[in-house]
Design a protein around this ligand. Structure first.
Ligand SMILES: O=C(O)c1cc(C(=O)O)c2c(n1)C(=O)C(=O)c1cc(C(=O)O)[nH]c1-2
Length: 557
């Protein structure tokens, strides 16, 4: 049975992987050093498991491993249990999805959570389901939102102190973002915390009075009622501070002229009390977001030494192109710097980390145009798919570096009038993503103390998969071209390359079993790029979709 202790200690106990992020902080760092830069070339596949059928696309999942069983979610709200030694299927379960679901960015799922004898994951019709780990039989099911209003679910849930904590997707449909905690064993709601200022929170079935501010403070008019700020990537948890860190997406609609003000708590990182759902602090990366820069990207707790003193920090690489280091005790800004080149929308960050806008690079107001139908078009960098999107970075405790799967691209973007209509796209913008260099993807080793890019690996297609760092001085990630790459964590030298036969947008894991080091990654191209990537989507249209879990191990020497 998986306990809270197992989850908190996940990173330090290499015999299994019981949480998304290889531990609640989401550092994606493994202390296993059996495999290193000199023996990694012997890493060999032991099995490849195909999800099969026609639903072969969009495999953004990170597998979990417990007691010799792998739990892995697949596109179209499917989940499989696999024997890790043989690759044999133990059971599979698929949600019966209704017609009319509205995930914005492909039929993806990023992973499950384990607790007790349950495996819990969310489905595209915004439901949460808990299955028996042994049999795959559903034990409880809860509705997280109305799929007919545009709510959906794609993230991996997280377990914090016996509760399963979830966000929600739907920011492109004017939903209201929220973070919720449910008793993991029963699914009973404990608290619900909306992420748009003005909406009420609930604790144990009662209004808890923590409104998070007045409706009209950072929103002008009524748009807060359908204000977006979807918590679509889920979060991380810092046991030291006992805080949940959850990012929030774009304010709705994209057209910022309709909603003057900072539009809290959109495009922000929130620190939330896991017992009550109260927002303890917030840090807004893009106040009054006008480019869909969003703010869901993972905030990773880490410590570093500054003149002999330990700094309790947390870092995030935002879609807006800036990397932020915050004080994780109170949300204070420590430093920030660009991690992609050519940012146009802001000239930099001020001493509090607030962007210094280049207002000429904000897409114009349609009301200023002659016919009121289209505002001034601008070319902005990064594109709305971001300097980095959802794909998680890794932090190495050995090198002190973050390994950031970044992308270098821009977009043409303009605003149009729009009105809220339940279940309809609520954006008020048009756009085309364009390349700016020959390559788009760039894996970057970022020093959080100095902003230095220590090394960079350029990739033709946009990087869209997660990263893993290990104590063997290794960094792993996959590419849409289908390769699993291993790098020397200190120098960026490519030390491993394996073609999985389809594009990779999943996140690798590693664990140790009977003294041998294993590594798994799911392969199968999809996600937002082929759907929303404009000219870049055309460039990558021949990439192979698919759905295969690859498992490797280092043979005993
Ligand atoms: O606002 C939202 O609710 C929402 C949800 C999702 C999602 O659930 O996948 C994405 C986005 N926004 C988004 O902006 C985005 O760029 C994106 C990329 C992807 C993906 O899986 O490739 N999902 C999403």
């Amino acid at each position: 049975k998986v306990t809270d202790k197992d989850i908190v200690n996940d990173q330090a106990t290499p015999g299994d992987v019981v949480s998304y992020g290889l531990g609640p902080r989401g550092q994606r760092f493994s202390p296993i050093d059996t495999m290193n830069t000199s023996n990694v070339k012997k890493l060999s596949p032991v099995w490849a498991f195909s999800f099969g059928g026609e639903k072969q696309r969009g495999q953004e999942s990170q597998p979990l491993v417990k007691d010799g069983i792998m739990f892995v979610t697949a596109s179209y709200s499917r989940i499989y249990a696999i024997d890790v030694e043989t690759g044999d299927e133990l059971w599979q379960w698929e949600a019966r999805l209704p017609d009319g679901i509205m995930p914005c960015c492909d039929v993806i799922n990023r992973g499950a959570a384990l607790y007790g004898d349950l495996v819990i994951f969310g489905t595209l019709d915004a439901k949460l389901v808990a299955l028996d780990q042994k049999t795959g039989k559903p034990k409880w099911r809860k509705t997280l939102g109305d799929y007919k209003a545009g709510y959906s679910f794609t993230a991996a849930p997280m377990i914090v102190k016996g509760n399963v904590v979830t966000g929600i997707s739907g920011g492109e449909f004017g939903i209201v973002g929220k973070v919720e905690a449910r008793d993991a064993m029963t699914g009973e709601l404990v608290w619900s915390r909306p992420t748009v200022e003005g909406h009420m929170g609930y604790l144990n079935g009662k209004e808890n009075g923590i409104t998070g501010g007045k409706a009209n403070k950072t929103w002008t008019g009524d748009l807060w009622k359908t204000g977006g700020a979807a918590t679509w990537l889920g979060g991380t948890y810092d046991p030291d501070q006992d805080l949940i860190f959850m990012g929030t997406g774009n304010p709705a609609p994209w057209n910022s002229h309709l909603r003057p003000g900072d539009n809290l708590y959109s495009s922000s990182r929130l620190a939330i009390d896991p017992d009550t759902g109260k927002i303890v602090w917030h840090f807004q990366t893009t106040p009054h977001d006008g480019w869909d820069y969003d703010g869901v990207n993972e905030l990773i707790a880490f410590d570093y030494k500054d003149r002999g003193k330990t700094v309790k920090a947390a870092a995030t690489a935002d879609r807006n192109g800036f990397f932020y280091v915050l004080n994780r005790e109170n949300g204070d800004f420590i430093r920030g710097f660009p991690f992609v080149s050519g940012i146009t929308w802001a000239k930099g960050l001020d001493k509090n980390g607030r962007p210094i806008y280049d207002e000429s690079n904000r897409p114009g107001n349609p009301s200023d145009s002659e016919d009121g139908k289209k505002g001034k078009t601008v070319f902005a960098v990064p594109s709305f798919l971001g300097g980095k999107n959802w794909m998680p970075m890794a932090f190495s405790q050995d090198t002190g570096l973050f390994y950031v799967p970044s992308n270098e691209w821009g977009m043409v973007i303009w605003n149009e009038p729009v009105n809220y209509k339940k279940g309809a796209a609520y954006m008020g913008s048009g756009f085309t993503i364009k390349p700016i260099y020959d390559h788009i993807g760039s894996l970057k080793a970022v020093d959080p103390k100095t902003g230095e890019i220590v090394w960079e690996f350029k990739n033709n297609a946009p990087l869209w998969g997660g990263v893993l760092a290990t104590a063997g001085n290794l960094v792993f990630t996959g590419t849409p071209e289908g390769y699993l790459y291993g790098f020397n964590a200190k120098t960026g030298e490519v030390v491993y390359k394996f073609n999985t036969g389809s594009g990779i947008v999943g996140s690798p894991i590693t664990w140790e079993q009977d003294g041998e080091q294993y590594l798994s990654i799911v392969s199968g191209w999809g996600g937002a790029v082929p759907l929303w990537g404009g000219e870049v989507a055309k460039k990558v249209k021949d990439i192979n979709q698919g759905g295969t879990v690859w498992t490797f191990k280092l043979p005993r020497s």
